[in-house]
Design a protein around this ligand. Structure first.
Ligand SMILES: C[S@@+](CC[C@H](N)C(=O)[O-])C[C@H]1O[C@@H](n2cnc3c(N)ncnc32)[C@H](O)[C@@H]1O
Length: 232
């Protein structure tokens, strides 16, 4: 029998079975596998293992990120939702009173996301380009608690900042998965990440943590930051 325990972050669990431990979320929808993960049934619900090699947020939790701003009831703007792998775990965590506005610009990729949102009413799929936040502002509405971004674009820091500026206020959280090789294919990863972090600081974000996701995700860092009063 798998042993299910609370993780240090609420809404996240660990499942230990046959000498292996994985992180997991309790599924909002009974017996629903979103990306092929094997659902674990228990007396108090169904749990979905969270694959850290399929999700940078999962990798960050597995690697010991110190704070997790996405919690029960959170309002999250998620940029680069793809087919909804990580979005589905965020949907489990925030629960029925939270919401995930999930932005994805590839209509083809977004098909699965839209289907996922049919069963999970706390996901609002937005098929649009994160570079133009004004285009989906009417859908998003009141301020977000967290902006999470995972998209491979050379100007990812600017896109992140534009969305933070439009949809958050003082004290909100930002989480950005930085893919160094989308920004520069020759400089060292440390230099590229350093430059992106100083850009984020210049925009008025307080850097809380900078986590290297290797070996789960090579050349990727997850940067956790907070919106200060000095936001430009
Ligand atoms: C690495 S994948 C995201 C994986 C996803 N976050 C997960 O963990 O399940 C990056 C996604 O960002 C999307 N994307 C890239 N640039 C974008 C933009 N400017 N606006 C919206 N989506 C974008 C891509 O189409 C792709 O699906």
């Amino acid at each position: 029998m798998p042993r299910i325990e609370n993780h240090k972050f609420s809404g996240i669990f660990t499942i230990a079975e046959k000498g292996r431990t994985s992180i997991a979320t309790r599924s909002l929808i009974p017996n629903q596998s979103v990306y092929g993960e094997k659902v674990v049934h228990s007396d108090d619900g169904d749990y979905r293992p969270w694959a850290p090699r399929r999700s940078k947020l999962g990798a960050a939790i597995q690697k010991g990120i110190t704070q997790m701003p996405i919690q029960l009831g959170s309002r999250v703007l998620y940029l680069g939702a793809a087919s909804g792998t990580t979005v589905s775990h965020c949907s489990d965590i925030v629960g029925p009173k939270g919401v995930i506005y999930a932005v994805e610009f590839s209509a083809r990729t977004a098909r699965d996301l839209i289907q996922l949102a049919e069963s999970r009413t706390n996901i609002v799929p937005i098929v649009d380009d994160a570079r133009y936040p004004a285009r989906y502002a009417a859908l998003v509405g009141s301020p977000m608690d967290v902006v999470y971004q995972d998209l491979s674009q050379p100007d990812q820091a600017r896109i992140f900042f534009e969305n933070i500026k439009k949809f958050t206020s003082f004290g909100a959280w930002g989480m950005i998965a930085i893919k160094a090789r989308s920004i520069d294919s020759t400089s060292s990863v440390d230099d590229i990440i350093g430059q992106e972090i100083s850009l984020l600081s210049d925009y008025g974000l307080e850097i809380i943590e900078n986590l290297d996701l290797a070996p789960l995700e090579k050349d990727h860092h997850l940067v956790l930051c907070r919106v200060t009063e000095g936001i430009m």
